[in-house]
Design a protein around this ligand. Sequence first.
Ligand SMILES: Nc1ncnc2c1ncn2[C@@H]1O[C@H](COP(=O)(O)OP(=O)(O)OP(=O)(O)O)[C@@H](O)[C@H]1O
Length: 280
Amino acid sequence: MKAREIQIQNHMIKKKPYYLPVGDEVELFTAAYEAKIPVLLKGPTGTGKTRFVEYMAYMLGKQLKRKKGLPVITVACHEDLTTTDLVGKFLLKGEETVWMDGPLSTAVKKGGICYLDEIVEARKDTTVIIHPLADHRRILPVDKKGTVIEAHESFFLVISYNPGYQSIIKELKQSTKQRFIAINFDYPDKEKEAEIIAHESGVDKKTAADLARIGEKIRHIEGHALTEGASTRVLVYAGSLIKKGISARRACDVSITSLLTEEKEVRRAINEVISAVFPG
Ligand SMILES: Nc1ncnc2c1ncn2[C@@H]1O[C@H](COP(=O)(O)OP(=O)(O)OP(=O)(O)O)[C@@H](O)[C@H]1O
């Protein structure tokens, strides 16, 4: 079998991740976890979805009295992702054929959160594999072995997608979507975003508030010119560079302006926003 690359991260969240709730997402996720209803996180890039999953894994693990939180297995989905990548395959080892679990079957057996990032990128025949796992059955059929795995008590399925990128062809099937509850992620308000920037980058409160103001203003030109506004992530990056001694204008240039668009007019508009907040 041809070697395939699949991006997986499997880790225990040992330290409490910093996460600032922006709405009722913590309560919703906790209730869904307890009711065993899988969760779909929807929202633009860099708005804290991954951080939130890590935070919830830590918090729910504590609730379950697990010292190190729940493990999180993250799979970055792409269009070549197959059910074999997720569920597992037989491998030839010397004379023997051995079975190797995929990330999904590992999480289903051992428990913890399986986070399928950008699920909509995967082909529809791959996504349907999660259907029996995502409803009351909580089972994963392993066709190649002719077996079925019952999900571990603590297994929890979380998927994410960014509606902004998607064409109609790439929409999730209704039969997939309607097995989840959807929690919407968006940019936090200015005050909360400034708090996040200050915490994550270490800049002082005033600089963090200025960066948050830039973020908000750029998002207002978004509708006309940009596919997506400046995310909290890029504002944190700008803050981190400022903290390292780069001038505020230059930091914003390399972490915000140069990334958001190639269009001169739009860049000019972004630069105006930045220079109004950080004049020279
Ligand atoms: N509510 C929040 N609390 C704490 N940090 C946040 C929050 N929102 C955003 N961040 C910061 O923004 C960064 C990016 O967030 P994250 O990687 O979770 O985004 P994402 O929504 O998963 O993005 P993508 O869709 O591209 O994977 C985080 O590393 C963190 O520094």
